[in-house]
Design a binder for this molecule. Structure first.
Ligand code: NAP
Length: 302
């Protein structure tokens, strides 16, 4: 068996096209566009490249994008004041503070300061609570797990009654994904097991998964013999395992690997996601979707 590769880049492209079209329609009808503020503190190279991509993507969607760069030695109060400024700004529908923050700033304090109705990352406890309640309460599902659910649904992978095993219980990926997939309703309704470092027999859990999600951050953690033939394997892991010279730019770039052995698993599974080019591209698409939805909530369209 050769697994079908789920191409996150293609799915992202389709989602962004839809968002762009809807943004233009809303602009024509209501004269407003989604406003997104991205706040970057310091110059951590990975954060700079993530923010640059978010800014460029938002601009290409026709959003009003405001990029704020603050110095690495700004005070916690200065950052709180910046968040508050945009909480009060009616033209802003989404506020994103790029994490991680410098050590002298309490990340939770900053996340808690963002208006939950502008928290397009979905990290504020109010949005975590809304996600747990499910249904009409959900406003901003966190972007990476939302991207995984979107991917499964767009590929028509049956989740109804499926055994889903998620390796990793982080607040960013594992826990919210478990919540989303076990809810009652179309595109979910799965039986979910969350496994972690305290799990006794990881292999036996993975072996019964119809959908196996690896979100541990451990290269090659998932062995091919742990994969049920025909299963869907979603690899969230992004592990830097070395460096190479990019053919495109001639510069040094990281060699990335997921939590699974992609080649070996492709011969057993029914569906696989590559790293890079699988789950990663979905995250930004869902950020744009949350930002558009924030405006739609405000206009009473959803
Ligand atoms: P995290 O906060 O470090 O959580 C990792 C989870 O995996 C923890 O629950 C941990 O268990 C579990 N785990 C680690 N090693 C394990 C092992 N050997 N056996 C069983 N469970 C194990 O990481 P995260 O933020 O969720 O990210 C996970 C991976 O996804 C990382 O590689 C990250 O870079 C990647 N990621 C990718 C995207 C994307 O857009 N593509 C977004 C977010 C994250 P304990 O709780 O017991 O410690």
């Amino acid at each position: 068996m050769q697994a079908e590769i789920i191409n996150g880049l293609e799915i992202r492209k389709a989602i962004l096209e839809e968002i762009k079209t809807e943004t233009a329609e809303i602009k024509a009808k209501y004269g407003v566009v989604p406003g997104l503020v991205t706040i970057l503190v310091g110059e951590n190279p990975a954060s700079v490249s993530y923010v640059t991509l978010k800014v460029k993507t938002a601009e290409s969607m026709g959003f009003n994008e405001i990029q704020v760069n603050m110095s690495a030695d700004c005070t916690e109060q200065e950052l709180l004041d910046m968040v508050e400024k945009y909480n009060k700004d009616d033209s802003v529908h989404g506020i994103l503070v790029q994490l991680p923050l410098p050590k002298h700033i309490d990340e939770n304090k900053i996340i808690y300061a963002i208006d939950p109705d502008k928290d397009v990352d979905g990290f504020h406890p109010v949005n975590v609570g809304r996600l747990c309640l499910g249904g009409e309460h959900v406003k901003f599902p966190p972007c990476t797990p939302a991207g995984i659910v979107e991917m499964l649904n767009r590929k028509n992978i049956n989740t109804n009654g499926a055994e889903v095993v998620i390796v990793g219980r982080s607040n960013l990926v594992g826990k919210p994904l478990a919540n989303m997939l076990c809810r009652k309703g179309k595109g979910a309704n799965a039986t979910v097991t969350l496994v972690h470092t305290g799990t006794k027999d990881l292999a036996s859990h993975c072996r019964r998964a119809d959908i196996l999600v690896a979100a541990a951050g451990c290269p090659d953690l998932i062995k091919p013999e742990w994969v049920k033939p025909g299963a869907c394997v979603i690899d969230v892991g992004v592990n830097r395992v070395g460096e190479k010279i990019s053919e495109k730019t001639g510069k040094k770039v990281a060699i990335l690997k997921g939590d699974t052995d992609f080649e070996a698993i492709s011969k057993i599974a029914g569906y696989v996601t590559p790293v890079p080019g699988g789950v990663g591209p979905m995250t930004i698409a869902m950020l744009m979707k949350n930002t558009l939805n924030s405006l739609k909530f405000k206009l009473g369209l959803i």
